[in-house]
Design a protein around this ligand. Structure first.
Ligand SMILES: [Zn+2]
Length: 280
């Protein structure tokens, strides 16, 4: 009799193993993007789960930080943040990426890979301890120059395409390696994360072949694409995406909407941590 509890535990674990081996539910199959904060988003479809710009310490007094409980769950790999395959970093600014928490995450999650600009990877290396060096075998550093053609590769079956698009804010930001990432979670389901891309047609038009080659299910431009004329044209005529959900919205959403009432009236924006968009 005294072995019953252990037997029950074994049976329970067996059921759990069985449950994870059966086909994923329709809900999981459909896929979704879940907002963390600022430009932090988790995207999952089928067995693939990825994060964009999830760990950062700065809000510059304007943007949203990832809520404390969400960040804790993310760090410890609690559901729904369990089993992250790849983390992507659009660029190495403090409201998108901080080296210490990112390194800690990679220490805690030995199966997770990182795809990031060389500027972000250099910051990681600067805070790494000698014991951390094996982590960098899981790190893919993106090193595109300003006018380089798009880069394309696969990582664990995930299709990754990167283009370098200048950071918004003018020539003073030219040295920032900002990436627009198009990521295919399966053959039909692609998402696009744009970092702090500058909404100028001259950056996007020369890459029309790249945008037109593959349809994107959900693109996540910074919200300034919605209230700039060229940003609108880039979304409507160039990026080849079915749906756009804006990110990088300041914490004071009402003030932003008051400032751009007409342009943002019909804009779909991520503004609340935990809110989701379906990918079907
Ligand atoms: Zn930035």
């Amino acid at each position: 009799m005294r072995f019953f509890p252990r037997l029950a535990l074994v049976l329970a674990l067996g059921c759990l193993a069985l449950a994870s081996a059966v086909p994923v539910s329709a809900h999981d199959n459909d896929g979704q993007a879940m907002y963390l904060a600022n430009e932090g988003v988790m995207v999952q479809k089928g067995a693939v789960k990825i994060l964009f710009d999830p760990l950062y310490n700065q809000n510059y007094g304007t943007y949203m930080l990832v809520p404390e409980d969400m960040r804790r769950a993310l760090m410890s790999g609690e559901a729904p943040f369990d089993g992250i395959d790849i983390v992507f970093i659009s660029h190495a600014h403090g409201d998108h990426f901080s080296a210490e928490p990112m390194l800690e995450f990679l220490r805690n999650h030995s199966q997770t890979k990182l795809v990031a600009s060389t500027q972000a990877v250099d910051k990681l290396k600067a805070v790494a301890k000698p014991d951390d060096m094996t982590i960098f075998s899981r790190v893919e550093a993106l090193a595109l120059g300003p006018n380089d053609p798009p880069l394309s590769f696969r990582l664990d079956g995930v299709e990754i395409e990167a283009v370098r698009i200048p950071h918004a804010g003018g020539p003073g930001r030219a040295s920032v390696q900002n990436y627009v990432l198009r990521v295919g979670l399966d053959e039909e389901t692609r998402v696009m994360h744009m970092g702090d891309a500058d909404p100028a047609l001259r950056h996007f038009v020369p890459l029309d072949t790249h945008w037109q080659a593959k349809r994107t299910r959900l693109a996540m431009p910074p919200y300034w694409f919605f209230y700039t004329e060229e940003g609108r044209t880039i979304m409507d005529e160039h990026l080849n995406a079915e749906h756009f959900t804006g990110v990088h919205v300041p914490a004071d959403v009402d003030a932003v909407r008051r400032k751009h009432p007409d342009a943002l009236k019909d804009a779909d924006l991520f503004t609340k941590p935990g809110e989701v968009r379906a990918l079907d």
